[in-house]
Design a protein around this ligand. Sequence first.
Ligand code: UDP
Length: 276
Amino acid sequence: MPEGFLMPPDTALPHTAEAAQPGRVQILNGRFDKLSMDQTVEELIQAVRTGERGILSTVNVAILMMMRSSPRLQRFIDASRWTVADGQPLVWASHLWQQPLPERVAGIDLIDRLCARAVQEGIGVYFLGAESDIVRSAVGILQARHRGLDVRGYADGYFRPDQAPARAQAVAESGAGLLFVAMGVPRQEHFIEEQWDNLGAQVVVGVGGSLDVIAGRRKRAPAFVQRAGLEWAYRLAQEPRRLFRRYLVTNSQFLGLISWSAIAQVSRARRAAPRP
Ligand code: UDP
């Protein structure tokens, strides 16, 4: 684990003492796979083809901070087969500590990329989450974009806990190899964790509010805003009342922790430098 990412002592979580898995980059309390978008897509498609099962988690700054106060979410993400950085600030942070992540891998982009490959490979897909008219409309849009997309089924994400097994069973019975769960964080993670044994699908990807964006309910920030690391500000402008507290807390916490790590790194380097 790169020293710069050691946690401030008073905020350390038990798992942070473990070494990062090989090939992964540790950023504060998250471990990210050094995968480009292309590599991520190919790994997932390969997993479906070979029958290997796994979960992919896309983590942004807000989720990384949420994980710190939720051991359950932290454990889930740590145990995911793949974890990718869904935010430019995380990619910058990886560069700061000379452990560069190749690029941002956003959940919403993954949906399109995976659908395109699913068509080529004849892999069935399933969408679970969002309101029923939203998921229906998003599926229609994706089928129009990706001719021949084999949508094995879709369902909204509003159900009682006792209905979850039936939702999972419907996915399994559909024979879909790829499942997108779009119920927001940490709702979707709890569902996947609880129903993992019943889901059947080889690869499961949590995609948060992506179906709202595909269906046109929410707007996505323009590419230059994303590159500037300001996607959160764009979302905040759309829903200021609901998101103000969330982003204020998570952004300041992230900035504070990254600065703390940078200062600790510099002072360690100074102490280690040979005295004249
Ligand atoms: N959602 C869902 N089931 C629920 C609550 C939310 O499927 O019980 C969907 C919601 O319709 C939206 C997505 O999850 O498409 C993200 O929800 P929200 O905006 O609340 O999450 P956030 O983006 O704030 O994390």
